[in-house]
Structure formats: structure tokens, C-alpha cells
Design a protein around this ligand. Structure first.
Ligand SMILES: [Zn+2]
Length: 254
């Protein structure tokens, strides 16, 4: 017999995507699935009569008239702002970051692209704070993590799964654009994306970017500096910003 807790995975994903992967009301990325037409009234998993909300708002909606839930479903906050926001909780056991199968311990900038840090971390109060910058083709941030605080553009993501100490972005079914996992000894980062038209790809079996492969290397730093610098050594990339008349990335001499 169907239970109210056996929500089919695809219905859950549709409900997450519909609200921009955060509570329809407040954007909190830790979500539950609310039956607007209550399970007790009719056993169903109909996406059109359910909405993804945080625990607090789930509780709140249970006490409200149904139209409040339908209204929230029609105008979710993350969709309005086109942004996903979240915060990754670390474990004290995290030693370093594992990009694919290559390990970076105490390296502020594990990988840079024309001097722009793409991944790295620092230690605050004995815990790792992750840094990550994945730009779109125009070098505006698509996914950005600053001291574990995540901001992502939601356009183009088929799914974002968030579990407090774990996040996985997918552009389509069966592929992983980016995942960041704090549940083991090292923070594990995997994914496949383009930066400046070049392929970056990390998995437990390989670590590749800009046509270079790094197999199972370990780089230990002193909390500062750069692990692997990708670029021509002569130029740095200037990120665009909206204050520019013609916002686009530019290479400028170092
Ligand atoms: Zn909420």
C-alpha cells in the first residue's frame, strides 16, 4: 500500500525545480514536500497539488487555507530572484579537498584560471571553508561558494539536491555538473563543466582540466598560495561586472 512517505523521486524533482530548489516561501534549501490536498483526504502524489517548502513553512501551511499554499507555489521566492542560496555544513574531520582524485591540503587556491581562483579552501576555527567559482561563458558566476555559502543561478539546472553537508547540481538526467560532499575525511568535489571554453572534469577516477591530466597527486600548502595555475603566465583575467559599459571578461597583462 502507498504511504505518504513514498514520494516518487521524479515527482520530488519536479517539485524542487518548480520552486527553484528552495522553500517556495523563504528559499531555505532544506525542503519537505507538502500535500496541499491532504493525504488523509486523498492518497496522491500529484505535483499540481503539492509544494516544496522548508520544515517551518510545512508546519505553517498545515494550519492555513489551501489557497495560501497554491499562491506560494505560483510565485516561489527563488524563481523570482533566479537564485539558489544555501550553506554547506562542514565536519571537523575534513582534512583537505579532493578534486576528482587529486588532493589539496591547506591550499588557499587549489586551481586558478588566469589568476581567478576556481577552487580552494581556508581553515577557520579548525574547520574547512570551501571556495568555488564556476563561471558561465561570459564569466559571470554560475555557481559560487564563498566560505561554504553557496549562490547559484537556477536557470539551466534540471536538479539541485541539497542535504546540508552535500550538494549536487545536474543540467540533465544522468549527468553531474558539480557535486560537493562534506561527509567524508576530505571534501569531495566532482563534476564536468567548461571554463573559458576548456573542459574541466573531476571524478574519483581522474582529474583533468585545460587538456592536462593530474592523477592522484597531493599538494600540501601552508594556507596561502596557489596549487595549480592554469593560464599563460603573462596575463590575468579581469572578471566582468555590471558597472562596465560593455561587460565582458578581459585578459590584461599581470
Ligand atoms: Zn520556508
Amino acid at each position: 500500500m502507498a504511504s505518504r512517505h513514498s514520494l516518487p523521486a521524479e515527482v520530488a524533482r519536479v517539485l524542487r525545480a518548480e520552486v527553484g530548489f528552495g522553500c517556495a516561501i523563504c528559499g531555505n534549501p532544506i525542503i519537505e514536500y507538502h500535500h496541499i490536498i491532504p493525504w488523509a483526504e486523498r492518497n496522491h502524489f500529484e505535483a499540481e497539488h503539492m509544494v516544496a517548502v522548508c520544515r517551518n513553512h510545512h508546519h505553517e501551511l498545515g494550519k492555513q487555507k489551501r489557497n495560501v499554499a497554491y499562491t506560494a507555489k505560483q510565485n516561489p521566492i527563488n524563481i523570482r530572484y533566479k537564485r539558489f542560496k544555501g550553506y554547506l555544513v562542514t565536519s571537523r574531520d575534513n582534512q583537505g579537498i579532493l578534486l576528482g582524485n587529486s588532493k589539496f591540503i591547506n591550499v588557499e587556491n587549489a586551481i586558478t584560471y588566469y589568476e581567478i581562483p576556481l577552487f580552494g579552501h581556508r581553515i577557520i576555527d579548525g574547520e574547512i571553508r570551501l571556495k568555488c567559482f564556476i563561471p558561465d561563458a561570459n564569466f559571470f558566476p554560475e555557481v559560487e561558494v564563498h566560505d561554504n555559502k553557496i549562490q547559484a543561478m537556477i536557470d539551466g539546472f534540471w536538479d539541485i539536491e541539497f542535504k546540508q553537508n552535500y550538494i549536487k547540481f545536474r543540467r540533465k538526467k544522468g549527468e553531474v555538473f558539480l557535486s560537493m560532499d562534506f561527509r567524508k575525511d576530505d571534501v569531495e568535489v566532482n563534476g564536468a563543466f567548461l571554463i573559458g571554453g576548456e573542459e574541466y572534469s573531476f571524478s574519483p577516477k581522474h582529474c583533468e582540466f585545460g587538456g592536462q591530466r593530474f592523477e592522484g597527486i597531493t599538494i600540501q600548502g601552508n594556507g596561502k598560495g596557489t596549487g595549480i595555475a592554469h593560464g599563460d603566465g603573462r596575463n590575468r583575467l579581469l572578471r566582468p561586472n555590471y558597472a562596465m559599459v560593455d561587460p565582458r571578461p578581459r585578459l590584461v597583462p599581470r
